[in-house]
Design a protein around this ligand. Structure first.
Ligand code: ASP
Length: 592
């Protein structure tokens, strides 16, 4: 061992197995926990690679053992000892067959008692763990997510390079971008009164790179959007941002289906079939009540308006849409379970007034909540419509078309959850295509670009700009996996007059368009190639592969729901001097 005198370790804490028994080794790491059994003291030594059990023997090494007894949680130590076979093996651990009979022990650093236990199941609440995120990151569960993230980034780069894409960095201090969220802005000291914006995406730059002839670009890149936060949103997040020239929609979908399949193969060991299903936006809404359908299970929505309206049931007769889903094997749902579902659809975000059900009992009889209004043959038409089988339960909602479809979509997901049909180990990717180009906003009384203003409409729909702009379809697409939107993009407009038509419909004056995107419009006058692209939400994709809901768990240092980093305590005030240098004065509302 002498020759290793200057070293900290001969092995890491995750690699020693039966084949090493008898070997003299040196390990360094953190004390995860220790158990003092009198004659023996056991210490679990942890590093990034795993946990190895150390044994300190009172009989043979009394001094050493006495010192080991005093080790606190998270002390950093170095030990030498001999690898030996355990009598009490732990098959759950890669190193569970062996232990180290310690011969020397050095404390490299002490630790205060950590504010929560650093183990698989911690007693630390979210706030505490975020405040001490560097300790939270010592936990295997959290670290595993970062390792997964690293591997996904690496495989993305491999695939993209293999396809001829080059990674180009684009600036972070830029001008407002067109993604439709609020910008984060940065005051410029050298240009008093002027501000940079942080990129909501590299959208304009990647299009400029196409004008520049780069042909195939990608970048794993931070983007910034000042939006209200939910569990699956962060003010700064990462995209796999991509753009390519001389392509039409299907070339793009093929290329990026390739990326998805590559990640499934290399990361999850899953062969996903070529030719992901493609679903038009309108159909996604009609059959799944959402533009992010979860295809792991069927239970599609069927419209019933024609079948049940005008039959004397006031609730149905007074609305413009009635639709339902057929839930397999739930005809025996109790009163209480049905009430729960009614409460579910009545909840504020969903906002339905009530729910109608039809039980197709296993004995073939029918029982519904509207028996007073529909006779046997009437109800048989419902079961025929859904192709229902004895044992099924048909759930029906009625109301405004858009809202009701949305509610049916949520009910479908809820039933999928209840029936265990949303298995995290099953993956069903699809492309949602043909989004509307424009979206009407009631509040401001104008159209907005549903994707962004550089998205190309279908040529055959351009006429509709004059008659029914809301009907114009875009060459836009989303990659959706298991009900999660993983990415989205579009074929871009590369023709100046079409771009102008788009700006007109969005209510931009020529002046405004020039002011905001003049650099891009100018560039387009110098031979812009036909081009298109896509961006994937990298955090979300990692979370999906990790089988977790919140993207926070796949980000090393995330912000909380209020957009704060509680560890470094930011955002925070700046000094008077800093403000002066920038010629800024605060004008805060007085506290009530
Ligand atoms: N820039 C777009 C986004 O961030 C993606 C794209 O159109 O490529 O959603």
């Amino acid at each position: 061992m002498k020759k290793h005198h200057k070293m900290y370790r001969t092995h890491n804490c995750g690699e020693l197995t039966m084949q090493h028994t008898g070997k003299e080794v040196m390990l360094s790491g953190w004390v995860q926990k220790s158990r003092d059994l009198g004659g023996m003291t056991f210490v679990d030594l942890r590093d990034r690679y795993g946990i190895t059990q150390l044994v300190f023997n009172m009989e043979t090494h009394a001094d050493l053992c006495n010192r080991a007894r005093k080790l606190g949680r998270e002390f950093v130590i170095r030990v030498t000892g001999r690898v030996s076979e355990r009598s009490n093996k732990n098959p759950q651990m890669p190193t569970g067959d062996i232990e180290i009979m310690a011969e020397t022990l050095e404390i490299l650093n002490q630790s205060r008692v950590p504010p929560f236990t650093i183990e698989q199941h911690t007693d630390g609440g979210e706030d505490l763990r975020m405040k001490y995120r560097y300790l939270d990151l010592r936990r295997t569960v959290v670290r595993k997510n970062l390792e997964l993230r690293h591997r996904m980034a690496l495989e993305t780069r491999k695939y993209m390079s293999g396809e001829g894409f080059i990674e180009v960095e684009t600036p972070v201090l830029i001008k407002s971008t067109p993604e439709g969220a609020r910008d984060f802005i940065v005051p410029s000291r050298m240009n008093p009164g002027e501000f940079y914006a942080l990129p909501q995406s590299p959208q304009t730059f990647k299009q400029l790179l196409m004008v520049a002839g780069l042909d195939k670009y990608f970048q794993i890149v931070k983007c910034f959007r000042d939006e209200d936060l939910r569990a699956d949103r962060q003010p700064e997040f990462t995209q796999i941002d991509c753009e390519m020239s001389f392509v039409e929609r299907d070339d793009l979908l093929d290329t990026f289906e390739g990326l998805a399949r590559h990640l499934f193969r290399t990361i999850k060991g899953i062969e996903v079939e070529k030719g992901f299903p493609r679903l038009a936006y309108s159909e996604a809404l009609e059959r799944y009540g959402t533009d992010k359908p979860d295809l792991r299970f069927e239970m599609k929505i069927s419209p019933m308006t024609g079948l049940v309206k005008g039959k004397g049931f006031q609730v149905f007769d007074s609305v413009d849409y009635i639709g339902g889903i057929c839930v397999p094997g739930c005809s025996e749902y109790s009163r209480k379970q049905l009430d729960e579902l009614t409460d579910f659809v009545r909840r504020q975000q969903i906002g339905m007034k009530g729910m109608v059900y039809l039980k197709y009992n296993t004995d073939g009889s029918l029982k519904s909540s509207v028996d007073k209004f529909f006779d046997g043959p009437g109800l048989r038409q419902w079961t025929a419509l859904f192709d229902a089988r004895p044992g099924d339960l048909i759930l029906v909602l009625a109301g405004d078309r858009e809202l009701t479809l949305k509610a049916l979509g949520e009910l479908r997901i809820e039933m999928g959850k209840r029936l265990g049909l949303r298995d995290n180990n099953v993956f069903k990717p699809l492309w949602v295509v043909d989004f509307p180009l424009l979206e009407w906003d009631e509040e401001t009384g104008r159209y907005y670009a549903m994707h962004h203003p550089f998205t190309s409409p279908y040529e055959e729909d351009i006429e509709l700009f004059r008659t029914d702009p809301g009907k114009v379809r875009a060459k836009a697409y989303d990659l959706v996996i298991n009900g999660v939107e993983i990415g989205g993009g579009s074929i871009r407009i590369h023709d100046e007059s079409l771009q102008q038509l788009m700006f007109d419909n969005l209510g931009f004056t020529e002046e405004e368009a020039r002011q905001q995107f003049g650099f891009l419009l100018n560039a387009f006058r110098y031979g812009a190639p036909p081009h298109g692209g896509i961006a994937f939400g990298f955090d979300r994709w990692v979370a999906l592969f990790a089988g977790i809901e919140s993207i926070r768990d796949v980000i090393a240092f995330p912000k909380n729901n209020a957009g704060r980093d509680v560890m470094i305590d930011t955002p925070s005030a700046v000094s008077e001097a800093q403000l002066e240098e920038l010629f800024l004065k605060l004008n805060l509302p007085s506290k009530e």
